[in-house]
Design a protein around this ligand. Structure first.
Ligand SMILES: Cc1cc2nc3c(=O)[nH]c(=O)nc-3n(C[C@H](O)[C@H](O)[C@H](O)COP(=O)(O)OP(=O)(O)OC[C@H]3O[C@@H](n4cnc5c(N)ncnc54)[C@H](O)[C@@H]3O)c2cc1C
Length: 390
């Protein structure tokens, strides 16, 4: 059982990296505790993922985009940010860009299923399922990975794509800042009476935020961020009470609203590893950076990082440099940190500002929306960051 690279975790980022590496002369093993059935038909997890233009380009190049049913992809043409109960909004429109949409909204399960499909029949990618990585050791000559089945596999390098509370990052002793917001995200799908006009809303109410993201047809994805001690109350609400609550908090903009199916809840942590590499070891996806979902960057960042990593490895191979060497992994680390750090800290500052009950914070956020609307360079900068058009 010798491979060139072992990827721990077949989430959307681990799978996309496996596909990106598969065009190189490398043997790859990707390990995950999930079953093959779940990987090919993932269960609905309530996440509707906003995909930027850059991610669409990468997913297209990897062959995933064309495997996602076009009818399930919703366009986000406009976005509005609201503060408290004020009707004033910071408004972004695709018309201010050279694109027909600001971004795309896609069910996470479809992104995962497409990514799995791209690697399913590749000769140089072996997917080991229903088993976890228990532990591993790394020395000058390679890596040895022990699975919980007792099986042992070897590789020149390990990539950790095992999510934001990455056990392998911890095992490698890579420090990571973990920010616990003390909040929980609740997501669900709702049907509504009036059309959403492909507009996404982010409403910063006091003590909670409400995002309404346009899905295909008269459906939206509702994302509530609330203090964890109040989340159980919302999860337990009857559908009737929940419908009324969301409808009134959203000022009846979409008319009658009805929840469809299950509500899902996620504890809200953000994390950023101090560095993304070590001896023959590298972090990608949420294992490297776990973002607060408000700026919808988690998967987009992970995808971009793994795509960049694959390209750096490709260049190393062309130059006959071992891809697992310190200099190669250092290059990935430096490039990716330059992208992740401003987004990570910028997002956290924004979250703190819009969650604060302090009078000064309320004043600053009112001014910030007006400044954003009226000062074009700032607006363009925010739009470029959110949509990754350029
Ligand atoms: C409510 C919500 C909304 C979001 N919205 C957006 C959005 O709009 N846009 C966006 O870009 N991002 C969004 N995200 C973030 C996005 O979902 C994540 O960034 C993305 O799933 C990270 O993918 P990943 O592959 O790195 O990790 P994960 O999806 O966490 O996958 C990790 C994998 O590792 C496996 N694993 C763990 N430990 C082991 C082990 N020891 N051995 C083997 N396998 C292991 C797990 O089984 C899992 O399959 C959102 C997140 C949430 C919670």
């Amino acid at each position: 059982m010798n491979y060139d690279i072992i990827i721990i975790g077949s989430g959307p980022v681990g799978l996309s990296l496996a596909k990106a590496l598969s065009s190189l002369d490398l043997t790859i093993c990707i390990v995950d505790q999930q079953t093959k059935t779940l990987l090919s038909s993932p269960l609905d997890d309530g996440r509707e993922v906003a995909i930027t233009h850059l991610s669409k380009k990468i997913l297209s190049e990897l062959g995933s985009w064309n495997l996602i049913d076009e009818e399930s992809i919703s366009l986000i043409k406009e976005a509005k940010v609201l503060n408290g109960l004020s009707p004033y909004s910071l408004h972004f429109s695709h018309q201010e860009t050279d694109q027909v949409t600001l971004g795309h909204l896609i069910p996470n399960r479809l992104i995962k299923a497409a990514a799995y499909k791209t690697i399913q029949n590749l000769k140089n990618v072996h997917c080991m399922t229903e088993t976890k990585v228990k532990e591993f050791s790394i020395n000058d000559t390679g890596t040895i990975v022990t699975l919980d089945s007792g099986e042992i596999i070897n590789a020149d390098m390990i990539v950790a794509a095992d999510g934001r509370l990455s056990g392998s990052r911890r095992q490698m002793g890579i420090p990571s800042e973990v920010k616990d917001f003390g909040k929980t995200v609740i997501v669900c799908k709702m049907k509504h009476e009036k059309t959403h006009n492909n507009t996404a809303y982010e409403c910063f109410h006091y003590g909670r935020t409400l995002a309404i993201l346009p899905m295909v047809g008269n459906y939206c994805s509702v994302v509530i961020t609330i203090s964890s001690d109040k989340s159980t109350e919302i999860m337990k609400m009857t559908d009737k009470d929940f419908n009324q609550d969301i409808q009134s908090r959203f000022n009846n903009r979409l008319g009658d609203m009805t929840v469809c199916g299950e509500k899902f809840s996620y504890p809200l942590y953000a994390s950023h590893a101090d560095y993304f590499h070590s001896e023959r070891f590298v972090l990608v996806g949420d294992a490297a950076v776990g973002m607060h979902p408000v700026t919808a960057h988690g998967f987009n960042l992970g995808l971009r990082g793994s795509y960049n990593l694959a390209n750096i490895i490709k260049t190393a191979q062309v130059n006959n440099t071992p891809y697992y060497s310190k200099d190669v992994l250092k290059e990935y680390n430096q490039k990716h940190q330059l992208i992740t750090r401003p987004l990570y800290y910028g997002t956290n500052v924004l979250v703190d500002l819009y969650n604060s009950e302090r009078v000064t914070a309320k004043l600053i956020r009112r001014l910030a929306l007006r400044f954003g609307n009226n000062f074009w360079p700032v607006k363009k900068l925010i739009m470029d960051q959110l949509t990754e058009t350029h």
